[in-house]
Write a protein that binds this ligand. Structure first.
Ligand code: ZN
Ligand code: ZN
Length: 249
């Protein structure tokens, strides 16, 4: 075994991935059983019951809609967003929700390839017709990134960038002010909590740039909207987003 791993380690990056697979065989992010045979990212049982958001969804924010005849959700009908449009991949529920929480709080970076591939796959047609110039992950405050050990949106964005060929920029939008968690706050309180949290490092963007924000969870839309506001004030033309998950409205 040791020789086999040694050989793989000396074989380059692909070899390193394979070596890691031998040392830490990949598990399904949803049910945590070991992947076998041709299973990639998730096990065959979970693959058929992924809570993917399908039509009908809100054409503005991408959240699932109950009424197949409606184009926009209740929130988008009455909210003047700064972002243009976005898509969410999964409904934030059940095993998927648990997996997202394990990624964030139990250091499961190993789920990121699955999350990124799912987002790039479900967002493929959306991206093809919008053609963003760059990906900007919703920035995490440095202190939080240090506490967590990694910045999940930046890692997801990096993999989406690799799959789609859209360049990721982490040097434009920064999170300056430390904010308390948004969970449990009402929309107006969330907005107040985030005021002044984001800014542009150099004050501007390449004029008219089309930006794709990447976030893990779209709930009230306050975070994405605040990022979009700052980007547009800095000269962005369009601001779209991809979010890994959104709760049912
Ligand atoms: Zn599974
Ligand atoms: Zn909506």
């Amino acid at each position: 075994m040791r020789e086999k791993i040694q050989r793989l380690i000396t074989a380059g990056t692909d070899g390193l991935d394979k070596a890691a697979d031998i040392l830490f065989p990949p598990r399904c992010p949803l049910c945590e059983r070991f992947l076998i045979g041709r299973e990639k990212y998730v096990c065959a049982d979970c693959a058929v019951k992924l809570p993917l958001i399908r039509q009908p969804f809100c054409l503005r924010c991408g959240r699932p809609l109950e009424d197949a005849g409606a184009e926009y959700c209740f929130h988008c009908e009455r909210t003047g967003w700064y972002f243009d449009e976005g898509r969410c991949t999964f409904i934030y529920t059940g095993a998927l929700k648990e997996a997202l929480l394990r990624m964030k709080f139990k250091n499961h970076r190993d789920y990121i390839p699955f999350f990124a591939a799912s987002m790039a796959g479900s967002g493929r047609d959306f991206l093809k017709t919008r053609c963003p110039d760059m990906i900007i992950p919703v920035p995490l405050h440095e202190r939080k990134a240090k506490e967590r050990g990694f910045d999940q949106c930046a890692l997801i964005g990096e993999q989406i960038s690799r799959i789609t060929g859209i360049v990721q920029r982490r040097d434009i939008l920064i999170r300056g002010r430390y904010t308390s968690a948004q969970k449990g706050l009402l929309p107006a309180q969330r907005m107040k909590n985030l005021a002044g949290a984001f800014s542009l490092r150099d004050g501007t963007l390449p004029g008219g740039a089309g930006v794709l924000l990447v976030d893990d969870l779209f709930t009230t839309g306050t975070t994405i909207n605040e990022c979009a506001r700052v980007l547009k004030e800095g000269g962005a033309g369009k601001v779209w987003f991809l979010a890994l998950a959104a709760p049912e409205i």
